[in-house]
Design a protein around this ligand. Sequence first.
Ligand SMILES: Cc1cc2nc3c(=O)[nH]c(=O)nc-3n(C[C@H](O)[C@H](O)[C@H](O)COP(=O)(O)OP(=O)(O)OC[C@H]3O[C@@H](n4cnc5c(N)ncnc54)[C@H](O)[C@@H]3O)c2cc1C
Length: 506
Amino acid sequence: MHKTIQPSRRSFLAGAGQVAAAATVANVLPFHAASAKEARATRIEASAFKDLAGAVKGGVLLPDDPFFADMARPNNLRFNTLPAAIARCSSEQDVQACVAWVRKHDFKFAVRSGGHNYAGFSTTPGLLIDMTLMDEVSLLSRAEGLVKIGGGILNSAVYKALERLNCTITHGRCDTVGAAGFLLGGGIGFNMRMLGMASDLLHSTSIVTADGTLHDDIQDSGADKDLFWACRGGAGGNFGINTSFTLRVVPVDTVTFFNITWATEVEEVLHTLLTRLAEAPPEFGSKISATVPANSRPGTGRPITVSILGQLHKCGTTLEAIFGPVLEKASQKVIKRDIPYWQAQDLLSEFTYPYFYQEKSSYMRARDITRDAVAAMFRMARDMPGTSLGNSFKFFQVGGQVNATAADATAYVHRGYDWLFSSEVNWWDRKDPKSLVDQNLDWQERFYADVNTATKGRGAFQNFPDPSLKDWATAYYGDNYARLRQVKATYDKGDLFTYGQGIKPA
Ligand SMILES: Cc1cc2nc3c(=O)[nH]c(=O)nc-3n(C[C@H](O)[C@H](O)[C@H](O)COP(=O)(O)OP(=O)(O)OC[C@H]3O[C@@H](n4cnc5c(N)ncnc54)[C@H](O)[C@@H]3O)c2cc1C
């Protein structure tokens, strides 16, 4: 039996959108077009939006409507393009209506859930297909541990529902990330070493494809099994619009939370952590950050700290045994032992307002990370020009159950590594002039290349898309790219769902 846990619909906005669509459109609407081709794809008769508003029950918002710019704003402000209209899908039929409409009018569009795509792939000057009204959660089977979530739900709502059920999945830390983007691109989090990637926990999904067909509850077997395979790591926005996901959840108990910082001997500390922790049991999950402070000047005296954040599920060993003597060198230690799982997640969660950033990632094996390589990372980080915001290079701990799945078993190919490395450059446009930002981005390219050379780093996480990555198809998908292109050709031969680094049909 399906038990609805959290029905919630923001009907006020949905209704407002429908009225506004009928009331405020002009006769012909050219919007924010960057090129002649784009202008054609975003110019449309006003009556077309009326038709869309009539078909989409969740409502259609136009630029003069309340909260339009707020709803259109992506997390990465580099890509803050205003759309021509926002269609708010509240059902699978609404999604099908949007797909039919963009096909009929040959109109540019992008699909959006949480809007946290690093590279602006959920922004468009055309129609923004907003999925966030589809935010239901239902427990399908407690015995089998199956929970179904809506295709536009934000992680915060997923976590609240899982907390009530006293269970969990592999999940991230940021409440405002959309579950769709998170799951379709793999999905990393502190539980992944114990449970696998979030996409490994995907039991089934429903998806509307380019021809408007709803493929309901597709799974690992059956006619659409290749499409399901592609939805487990093939990244959002490539194969259609996912309207729901069913996840395998597991019960939770208590965990030990830790947040530890070192301010001295940071090279030695980081090398120790990256090599020693790779041996930790799969119940241990962590993220290590080496942080260049905001507004700090380049030079040997720059105070870079190393910190580690994470959790240890009960497993018969202790943090002290896992970390060894390096723990004693910490300048700051917050450790909370055996606290309820979801209480620990409150301490681990993060909130960020939208800002400007560029991130570059790769995967590494602990055995390839030498003392010299770590020393070089710090030398380069001390030379980073820097911005008005803090900038880190980070290591998300993979391994454990992530590596128990074969690289070709799902579209998520990055198996067999210990760390997902990521370098960030963060800035604020009113504080950091373009010339300084460019210097930092140039520095980041060199840093990324040198770190990868020194550590045999390879690949890139498709959920951290990098618009400057030239060999993105190989980096994100490796040997799985050929099969992804076949799936694309089967379900979207005309490449309706397309973006800068979109998978191309074979
Ligand atoms: C602050 C922050 C914290 C993060 N933390 C983590 C983390 O802990 N773990 C992790 O793995 N990742 C993390 N990420 C990365 C994040 O998982 C990805 O950027 C993810 O793709 C964002 O999903 P979204 O729905 O919020 O974004 P969106 O920008 O809405 O969507 C991402 C992509 O999926 C497409 N899409 C959206 N909805 C659908 C749908 N229903 N059907 C089909 N395609 C769709 C979009 O068109 C776009 O191409 C983080 C990102 C940020 C900015």
